[in-house]
Every structure is written in structure tokens, then in C-alpha cells.
Ligand binder design. Structure first.
Ligand code: FAD
Ligand code: NAP
Ligand code: SF4
Length: 673
């Protein structure tokens, strides 16, 4: 008997059956735009082989004006159809099913040609859209229907019509973006005419036996969003228009409430989908922040949905479903919802991949071939760099011994996991632990390794990480000065704190110091903190009272020497969340300072090159988060004895180091050993 009976149960759609209740949600990876269709096929094929019930591709443009940016991929020619057919065939050969998402970006398109119901610029785009006339609207409908016809010709099992997240169809639904006075605007019947017409026309074009998923925005999280009555009305009409399945969309891209970041509680929005259960007769999919089979099963057991969508978890592990089915859930590489290598890459116009699994989207390039000559490999340092090397090398067939001075593996991940909102790092360390055991990697923990321990190995890998930088501030040896590691290991901290350094760690320390119980572990508290309400009580789900965060535990001042905005270097898609969270907790942020001296009363600073306006920031404790430098002592000692080694992670380069770079470097090294 499986542990996930609901999740792994087939879903009969009448004309076809999905083998389980797991949908791989749409992700824009950049693969389709790169144009290497064997690579696209390898990516989707691996996920199909891994057992997912239905894959949805990244959004494909129905026409030039609807593309998310100039050059966005779509099915515009016979050549495009033939290329897509390479991917659909691979998925079918692996026993899977795949639907193509049709994404019309409307006013979110990063293009001067963008179109929308009304000429209102979005806050996240530099282009003002052109308001469509009647002929323009008819063209969009025809183009979307044509895209579906072409998807069918390319061998897809269905299409997903993107109607949420604030894109084109969503823009017609709400008065926030639709100010029209013709039959496409005004009353709700008029505003929902376009999505309904699109579904009707797509169904007409593709016939009865083709999956049509409609992604419906169930909680817009913007001012003047849809009411719950409208959501239900739309869902029923979408069913009548011919959709096979309704998928959940949560929040517009311009919403100022996080919806998928790691600080969002797991399954935080399934209660919204659950409200729609019973209102329609077709299956409903729920989504957002579901990343392990236990949670997915629980969601289904609770009757919140008929099926669960997970997107990023399939970057982290293509074999998610197969491992769950085989009773190996502990071996599923977890998506920690960091966005660092997926969405942050997308928004930087880079190919998506995954922090945890750098082989995602690089299936044809980062290939771990079994080794013909197994070696004895010593790896010093069980942080992410050393762990990634150990696992990949052992998977290739090498004999790996892993050393760490600490009693537990994980390196700095064990500090990161203490930060409220970063609890997912616990799952990542647990996964590494399970992988070390299953791959029979010898672990030598709790002892600092010296040169003499490393003789007799074929290869030595130094992954000893990084040490805090010495900022050389007068008075830093006073007893009330702490390092970030002291704080995260539980040191007593007073009520007024000055944090020196506002990089990733400085922000995390500030969050740790102002937060009591982590709202990420308490859905009600998290909803109150960000002002999320039931859309039945407040249109769009924005609470009338606005955000109601818990008062800060401490009075924190976060400082940096640069004059630029604090947090500028944080993640592209998550930096705003960190900044907003600290603002809500009244953290003072001061840039452009000089650290003159730490005294018993606090921190003396001055401003600018002229060292103006010296003043004391009164503080019970000062926390140093002034960056890191490589821990090279062992590497240097080996070099002094003439012993060769590979140096990776923080031990190699500490500047701008993160777990993404450490894991990628470790994986690449393991390919070469
Ligand atoms: P480390 O993780 O530093 O591991 C080095 C290991 O080597 C340690 O376990 C140490 O005990 C061991 N070691 C050293 N010398 C010896 C020796 N002589 N003998 C035996 N063992 C030895 N990164 C992200 O990507 N995203 C985040 O959200 C994020 N958040 C963070 C939050 C905090 C609070 C902190 C502190 C870091 C965060 N990071 C984050 C950074 C990330 O954790 C590091 O970049 C990463 O851990 C570096 O990996 P590493 O393997 O090079 O070194
Ligand atoms: P960091 O991001 O490089 O920040 C270092 C901070 O210290 C900066 O604010 C810098 O600002 C300051 N600083 C540098 N030299 C100093 C000096 N001599 N005296 C005083 N201040 C000094 O490094 P970090 O915060 O230590 O983080 C380490 C790594 O972990 C980072 O590279 C980061 O990517 C990663 N990390 C990532 C996340 C994430 O969410 N992705 C979270 C935490 C950590 P000024 O020079 O302007 O003073
Ligand atoms: Fe998940 Fe982070 Fe990987 Fe993206 S990069 S898939 S958020 S673990």
C-alpha cells in the first residue's frame, strides 16, 4: 500500500486518463527560446520518465504582441510545430503526457507593441499598452485558438490557457485594468466575455478529445480584484465553455504579497482552491508552495483539490513522483523555494536551472557518466560544495570519504535554516543526510582534519568554506560584539541591536532578531502579517486592515558603508520581500556610513567621505555581518607539503558566494574526477 494513495490515484478525464494527480506546473525556463530541441526534449522527457501525471510547458506566445518579450517562443510556423513535436514525442516515449501553455502577456509584455483592454501601464513594466479595438480583440482570440490547433498538430495532449497572474485574460476581468465601455468592459458579464470566448473557440478548434486547462485567478491580491462571487461565476462559465480542468492562479505579478517565495508557508493558498470545490463538475488543481509528497497528499486528503500542481519541485528532482511511489520520499531533492536559480535567472534573461539540482535544464550538458576507474576521494567540508561533490562523485561510482569538523553535515546551511522564513533549508540538509547514507559515503564528523589525515587518497577536495571577514573596527573585541554565527547559534541578544553589513546575511540576521515565532510556520499569522483576506470578505483577497505584522522583538538598525539602497544585491524576485518584511518591523536602514568606533554604549558612526554628523547608535549588542573570506588554512598546508588538491566553494572564492555557486562548482568537479 502506497503512502500517497490520493496523490498516486489515476484521474479519469473521460477521453483520457492521467496516471496520477501530479501536474508539473508551467515554468518559463528559457529552453524553448534557446532553440536546441533535443535539449528541450531531454528536459521534459526526464520529467515524464520520472512519473509525473501531466506536464505543462512554459508559456508560449500566441502572437508577437502577446509574447512576454520580443523573441518569446511560440508556435508560429511549420518548423516550430516540427520542433515541438520532438519534445512531445520524447514525453510520449517515456509514457508521459504534456500540455502546452498558451500565454498572452497583455500589458505585462516587455515590448512597445503590447496590447491590453485599456491603455494603463502596469507598475512592473516600462511600456504603456495599446487599448485593443474590436478587430484587435477578435485577432487575439483567433490567434489563441490557432496556437491551440498548432499545439495539437505538434502532438501535445492539451493546452493550458493562462488566465491568471495578471496576464491578458485576467486584465479583462477586473476594473483595475479594464475601463472599457463596450461589450468587453463594464459589467462582469462583459468583462468575462473574452476568457469565455477564448475557451469556446479553442474547444471548437481542437475537438472534444483534447485537454483544455484554464488557469483561473482565484485570489488576485491587487486592489479592485475579483470578488469571490465573480470567481465562482467565471469557473462555472469556463466549465460550460468547454474546459477539461481548472487550475489555480494566485496573485498578480504586480501584487505586493509574496506567493511562492520560501517564506510563504507550505500549501499557503490551498484553502482558496478548496472554496471552489463543489462549485464545478470538472477537476480542480491547486498550487503554490507544495514541495513534498506528504503535503501534496494531505492537501488532497483534505479535499482541497482533485490534483496538485508543483512546478519548481520538478527542477529540483525530475524523479519526484517515481521516488514517492517507490517509498523513497526522503531521497527526493527538495525545492527550497529560493528562486535563486530559476525565477531569478528568468528575470535576468538567463537559462533557468536549480540551486539544488544544477543539472536541471542542462540534462544534455552536465552528464554524470559512471566512472571506469573508481578512485578513493577525500572531501574536507560538508557544506553544500563538499556535499554536492560527494554525492555526484559517489553516483559516478567513486569511493568517497567526507570529513567535517562539525558534528553535523550542512556547513552554513545549518545557520541559514535558523532564520525565520528559511526553514526549507532543514529539508535540504535532511536530504543530503539521506543521500550520504544511501550512497554509502563514509562520514567522519566532529573532528578538524589536518594534512596527515589526507594521505593515501587518489584525490583530495578542499571544501572548507568561508570565515567571517575581520572588519577591523575599533572596539570590536568588546564582549557585546557578536558574529552572525554566534547569534544564529543562540547567543543572548539585547533589545537594541546594530547590525554591521547589509548583505544577505545582514538581512537574515535582522529578520532573525525582530521575529518571534516564524510566520512561515503559522499560516494565520502569515496571512495577517501580509494582509491576506478571504476573497469572499474582501475583493481580490486584500484585507481592509492592510498588513498587521507582529510587533518587532527588538529595535534593529541595519547599516552599510555603500550609499546605495540597502538590499540592492538581494535576489531579483525576492529582495523586495526581505526589504518589505524588515520595513514592516521598523528596522532602521542606514547606508553611506563609516564605522568610527564600537563603545560600551553602542556604535559610533559618521556619514560620507567627509565623516560628517558623527553620532552614536545606542545598542546593547553589535552584530558583525561584514562579509566572508576563504578558509584556506588546510589548502595552504597541503600546498606547503607539495600535496595537490581541488579547492571549491567558499574556500575557493568567498566573494559573492552562495549555495548555488557552491553546489554547481561541486557538481562540475565531480564530473571531472
Ligand atoms: P560552508 O557551508 O562554509 O562549509 C564548510 C564546511 O567545512 C563547514 O562545515 C566546516 O565545518 C568545514 N571545515 C572547515 N575546515 C575544516 C577542517 N579543517 N576540517 C574539517 N572540516 C572543516 N546561500 C544561498 O544560496 N541562499 C541563501 O538563502 C543563503 N542564506 C544564508 C544565510 C545565512 C545566515 C548564512 C550564514 C549563509 C547563507 N547562505 C545562503 C550562504 C551559503 O550557506 C554558503 O554560501 C555556502 O554554505 C558555502 O558553501 P561551502 O560548502 O563552500 O562552505
Ligand atoms: P555580502 O552579501 O557580500 O555582504 C557583506 C556586507 O558586509 C555588505 O553589506 C558590505 O557592505 C559589508 N562589508 C564588506 N566589507 C566590510 C568591511 N570591511 N567592514 C564593514 N562592512 C563590510 O556577504 P554576506 O552577507 O556575508 O553573505 C555571504 C554570502 O551568502 C553572500 O555572497 C550571499 O550571496 C549569501 N547569502 C545569500 C542569501 C540569499 O538570500 N540569497 C542570504 C544570505 C547569504 P559595505 O561594503 O557597503 O559596508
Ligand atoms: Fe526551487 Fe530554488 Fe531550485 Fe528554484 S532554484 S527550483 S526555488 S530550489
Amino acid at each position: 500500500m502506497t503512502s500517497y494513495p490520493k496523490l498516486l490515484a489515476p484521474l479519469d478525464l473521460g477521453f483520457t486518463t492521467l496516471k496520477n494527480r501530479v501536474l508539473m506546473g508551467s515554468m518559463h525556463t528559457g529552453l524553448e527560446e534557446a532553440g536546441d530541441w533535443n535539449r528541450v526534449a531531454a528536459f521534459y522527457g526526464a520529467r515524464a520518465k520520472g512519473g509525473v501525471g501531466l506536464i505543462v510547458t512554459g508559456g508560449m506566445a500566441p502572437n508577437k504582441e502577446g509574447g512576454v518579450m520580443p523573441g518569446a517562443a511560440g508556435l508560429f510556423s511549420d518548423e516550430d510545430i516540427a520542433n515541438h513535436a520532438i519534445a512531445t514525442k520524447r514525453v510520449h516515449d517515456e509514457g508521459g503526457k504534456i500540455a502546452m501553455q498558451i500565454l498572452h502577456a497583455g500589458r505585462y509584455a516587455f515590448s512597445p507593441d503590447c496590447v491590453a483592454p485599456s491603455a494603463i501601464k502596469s507598475p512592473i513594466s516600462m511600456f504603456k499598452p495599446k487599448a485593443l479595438d474590436e478587430a484587435g480583440i477578435q485577432k487575439q482570440i483567433a490567434d489563441i485558438a490557432m496556437a491551440a490547433t498548432r499545439a495539437q498538430a505538434a502532438g501535445y495532449d492539451g493546452v493550458e490557457i493562462m488566465g491568471s497572474e495578471g496576464y491578458f485574460l485576467n486584465q479583462f476581468l477586473v476594473t483595475h485594468t479594464n475601463k472599457r465601455e463596450d461589450r468587453w468592459g463594464g459589467s462582469y458579464e462583459n468583462r468575462m466575455r473574452l476568457p469565455l470566448e477564448v475557451v469556446r473557440r479553442v474547444r471548437q478548434s481542437v475537438g472534444r478529445k483534447f485537454i483544455i486547462i484554464y488557469r483561473l485567478s482565484m485570489i488576485d491580491l491587487i486592489p479592485n480584484g475579483s470578488t469571490w462571487r465573480e470567481v465562482v461565476q467565471l469557473a462555472r462559465a469556463i466549465e460550460m465553455a468547454g474546459a477539461t480542468i481548472i487550475n489555480t492562479g494566485i496573485g498578480w505579478h504586480e501584487a505586493r504579497i509574496p506567493t511562492i517565495a520560501t517564506s510563504v508557508p507550505r500549501a499557503a493558498f490551498t484553502w482558496v482552491t478548496q472554496k471552489l470545490m463543489g462549485e464545478v463538475n470538472i477537476p480542480i488543481i491547486t498550487s503554490n508552495r507544495i514541495n513534498i509528497p506528504e503535503v501534496a497528499e494531505e492537501v488532497l486528503q483534505n479535499g482541497a483539490a482533485d490534483m496538485v500542481s508543483m512546478a519548481r519541485p520538478f527542477l529540483a528532482d525530475p524523479n519526484f513522483v517515481a521516488k514517492a511511489a517507490a517509498g523513497q520520499a526522503a531521497l527526493i531533492a527538495p525545492c527550497i523555494a529560493c528562486n535563486q536559480a530559476c525565477l531569478d535567472h528568468t528575470f535576468s534573461l538567463k537559462m533557468s536551472t536549480c540551486l539544488v539540482n544544477p543539472r536541471a535544464c542542462y540534462e544534455t550538458e552536465l552528464v554524470l557518466e559512471p566512472t571506469g576507474t573508481p578512485k578513493n576521494i577525500a572531501i574536507v567540508g560538508a557544506g553544500p560544495a563538499g556535499l554536492a561533490t560527494a554525492i555526484a562523485a559517489a553516483e559516478r561510482g567513486h569511493h568517497v570519504s567526507l570529513f567535517d569538523a562539525a558534528e553535523e553535515i550542512g556547513g552554513q546551511l545549518n545557520l541559514a535554516k535558523q532564520v525565520p522564513g528559511k526553514e526549507e533549508f532543514k529539508g535540504l540538509v535532511a536530504w543530503y543526510r539521506a543521500m550520504l547514507e544511501t550512497l554509502d559515503i563514509k562520514q567522519h564528523l566532529g573532528r578538524r582534519v589536518g594534512v596527515d589525515d589526507l594521505t593515501g587518497f587518489d584525490e583530495v577536495v578542499i571544501a572548507t568554506g568561508a570565515l567571517p571577514r575581520d572588519p577591523e573596527i575599533k572596539g570590536q573585541d568588546l564582549p557585546h560584539v557578536l558574529s552572525y554565527a554566534d547569534v544564529l547559534r543562540g547567543a543572548d541578544v539585547g533589545k537594541r541591536v546594530a547590525v554591521i553589513g547589509a548583505g544577505g546575511i545582514g538581512f537574515d540576521i535582522a529578520e532573525y532578531l525582530v521575529t518571534g515565532k516564524s510566520p512561515t510556520l503559522d499560516l494565520a499569522a502569515w496571512k495577517a502579517e501580509w494582509g491576506v483576506a478571504d476573497p469572499e470578505d474582501a475583493p481580490g483577497g486584500l484585507a481592509d486592515s492592510g498588513p498587521q505584522p507582529e510587533p518587532p522583538l527588538r529595535q534593529v538598525t541595519l547599516l552599510q558603508r555603500k550609499a546605495s539602497k540597502l538590499g540592492k544585491g538581494l535576489g531579483k524576485t525576492t529582495g523586495w520581500i526581505h526589504r518589505a518584511a524588515l520595513h514592516m518591523k521598523d528596522v532602521a536602514m542606514i547606508g553611506g556610513v563609516n564605522y568610527e568606533e564600537i563603545t560600551a554604549d553602542g556604535l559610533m558612526i559618521s556619514e560620507g567621505e567627509a565623516r560628517e554628523t558623527p553620532r552614536l547608535i545606542k545598542a546593547d549588542n553589535i552584530v558583525l555581518c561584514a562579509g566572508q573570506v576563504p578558509e584556506r588554512s588546510l589548502a595552504d598546508a597541503l600546498a606547503a607539503k607539495g600535496m595537490g588538491c581541488h579547492i571549491i566553494g567558499g574556500a575557493d572564492v568567498a566573494a559573492e558566494l552562495d549555495a548555488k555557486r557552491a553546489i554547481l562548482q561541486g557538481t562540475k568537479l565531480a564530473m571531472e574526477l
